[in-house]
Design a protein around this ligand. Sequence first.
Ligand SMILES: Nc1ncnc2c1ncn2[C@@H]1O[C@H](COP(=O)(O)OP(=O)(O)OP(=O)(O)O)[C@@H](O)[C@H]1O
Length: 240
Amino acid sequence: MTDGLRVEGLSFNYGAKKALDEVGFAVPSGRFCALLGPNGAGKSTLVSLLTRLLVAPGGDIHVAGQDMRRHPRRALAALGVVFQQSTLDLDLTVRQNLAYFAALHGLPRAQVPARIDAALDRLGMRERADEKARALNGGHRRRTELARALLHDPRVLLLDEPTVGLDVESRMAITAQVHDLARTDGLCVLWTTHLTDEVRDADQLLVLHRGRIIADGQTGEIRGDMPLSDWFLAKTKVPA
Ligand SMILES: Nc1ncnc2c1ncn2[C@@H]1O[C@H](COP(=O)(O)OP(=O)(O)OP(=O)(O)O)[C@@H](O)[C@H]1O
């Protein structure tokens, strides 16, 4: 598998505190993978390693076949990221926010307007292009960030708890849109969450608990006859 995301033997400590312990998994292209973990499981640490905000002393990360340790620029160029905290400039328009990102990524100038239009079309945001980000609701701001993350045509899309703070309707809409991006556009998607209702039976599921992957497979098979929320609680609850 060269197109998706592959992680092997990834460990990370904060001083004496072990945050990730020999984490390994693979997500192929065209797959939506939910990374589910309770608070403190190590999700943010893993996201920081995948985006190279942190570097692990050992272990490997390959993004679309590019080795993050040996060729970080190439690996990062194949990765689109939506961070948990919004990083839009609220005083810029939607289009200006995307144009700024395009310049940061060094996209060829002549291509930028068409790429922005195409990315906004994919998320149904074209008609909002000239509005200031401040005027958008939470769901539309997230869609703008998603369009921006797609601008450089990444093969792997990483979303860190992207629905935090959204109302139910926006949450469900963006969850469905990202599932479509995996299915229709063949993107490899890693979606971190602690909300079990965002995960579908056909999705790949990774469960992170106390820094270890405790389940990796098709959600429907993992949960069996139990609702995923019950399964998850039973596997991750801390004894009283
Ligand atoms: N800077 C830090 N210094 C020390 N320990 C840390 C630091 N950051 C995280 N940790 C610890 O590492 C473990 C993993 O934390 P991490 O933030 O990656 O988990 P998480 O799954 O993202 O949790 P949450 O959903 O609450 O953000 C936790 O036990 C946390 O307390």
